[in-house]
Design a protein around this ligand. Structure first.
Ligand SMILES: Cc1cc2nc3c(=O)[nH]c(=O)nc-3n(C[C@H](O)[C@H](O)[C@H](O)COP(=O)(O)OP(=O)(O)OC[C@H]3O[C@@H](n4cnc5c(N)ncnc54)[C@H](O)[C@@H]3O)c2cc1C
Length: 350
């Protein structure tokens, strides 16, 4: 990893450490996890500076996939440039072949404090019969030890500052909840697995994971009492099994105690999200930051409620579940993180 100077990336409010660093890493291991998942382990001495305070949960990173036959762009040097308004704008301004593709992934495991710092990322191989997919899926399918990419992620030194948590790369915060609902399809499996691994014994609830094939089912270690249910999609429509499982677990009526006052009598229609034009990303933290008046309940701030839900996957599927939980069940929006991880028929917005 190249060192990042003080005037580079986003900074903590104390202005001592950049929150985000660019890490030049190489593939050290490739492991096929099931029919459609590949675990790629990235290593590099610079990763000793990677990390957040506490569990990684659903920690997201950006991975820069180089164009075929091209080296990875030098993001650290963009971050160092004195004239840099933003490294991201500078990267966008590069020739398309030279800049490669930027995609969002979850850190499945992080072992950055040892002699050989590493992170694992589980890539879904969403490929057609000819082996074609997006740049990230195609890259992952062909990845071999020694291949180089750039990862943009949290600076461990910043995480130790008073402003820890400011990286904002994760949403999974059950707070004081006793009962959780975790739901997602394959791209959310790494995040849900990590969240489950972190949950203490006293937390119960359900985790639903829809994957393309029963060969994609994985073992997840959790101390919690959460019931983990794997759903095999087979020939069904993407998200159909997940949607049905959530509706069955969170029924109307019967949800009063967990949904809170007003629950199970129905809620209000949430404003629609144009998933073709924007990213569906509604989380308790975002709502709180935006102070959406209709959702503010001073007696029930986020993180203090008995129920917490985390839902991620294809945007249309997540939008349908948001409507069901908010409008039909009456769940307080500050109890749920709804996240469109990708959009059918559309490449990730860079
Ligand atoms: C916070 C966050 C965390 C994520 N974590 C992970 C993770 O750990 N592992 C992971 O595999 N993905 C993860 N994703 C999803 C991943 O970023 C997208 O799937 C991304 O679009 C893949 O890039 P690509 O270059 O392969 O495809 P793109 O170039 O973005 O898309 C090309 C085509 O493929 C389609 N497509 C994209 N993803 C899928 C899919 N999963 N299934 C079917 N079709 C698809 C698009 O609709 C488009 O038509 C995460 C996304 C977010 C926002």
């Amino acid at each position: 990893m190249t060192q990042v100077t003080q005037r580079s990336a986003r900074r903590t409010s104390s202005d001592t450490e950049p929150m985000v660093l660019a890490f030049d890493v190489v593939v050290t291991r490739v492991q096929q996890l099931g029919a459609n998942f590949r675990r790629i382990t990235f290593g590099g001495a610079g990763l000793e500076a990677f990390g957040v305070a506490g569990d990684t949960l659903d920690l997201r990173i950006k991975v820069i996939i180089p164009s075929a036959g091209r080296p990875c762009p030098d993001i650290a040097s963009l971050m160092r440039r004195d004239d840099a308004g933003s490294w991201y704008q500078l990267w966008l301004g590069m020739d398309a072949e030279e800049r490669g593709a930027m995609r969002t992934y979850t850190v499945r495991n992080s072992r950055c404090r040892g002699a050989t710092p590493e992170i694992d990322v589980d890539f879904v191989l969403h490929l057609d019969d000819d082996g074609r997919g997006g740049p990230a899926a195609e890259w992952a399918a062909a990845a071999r030890p020694g291949d180089a990419v750039c990862v943009i992620g949290p600076n461990a030194a910043a995480a130790q500052c008073a402003t820890a948590g400011a990286y904002g790369g994760g949403e999974g915060r059950p707070g004081l909840a006793q009962h959780v609902l975790l739901a997602g399809a394959e791209t959310a499996v790494p995040a849900i697995s990590s969240i489950l691994e972190s949950l203490p014994e006293h937390i119960g609830g359900h985790a639903f994971l829809e994957v393309p094939d029963a060969r994609d089912f994985q073992d997840i270690a959790t101390r919690s009492s959460v019931t983990v249910t794997w759903l095999s999609r087979g020939e069904a429509v993407h998200g159909e099994a997940l949607d049905a499982a959530v509706r069955d677990a969170v029924r109307v009526p019967g949800w009063v105690s967990l949904a809170g006052p007003g629950g199970a009598q129905g809620g209000t229609e949430p404003e629609d999200v144009d998933i073709d034009g924007t990213i569906l990303w509604e989380t308790p933290q975002r709502l709180e930051a935006a102070v959406v008046q209709s959702t503010v309940n001073p007696e029930r701030p986020p993180g203090t409620q008995p129920f917490y839900a985390w839902i991620a996957g294809e945007a249309a599927v997540v939008r349908g579940l948001r409507r069901y939980l908010v409008r039909d069940v009456g769940v307080d929006r500050k109890q749920v993180a709804f996240m469109g991880y990708w959009r059918k028929g559309r490449a990730e917005l860079s």
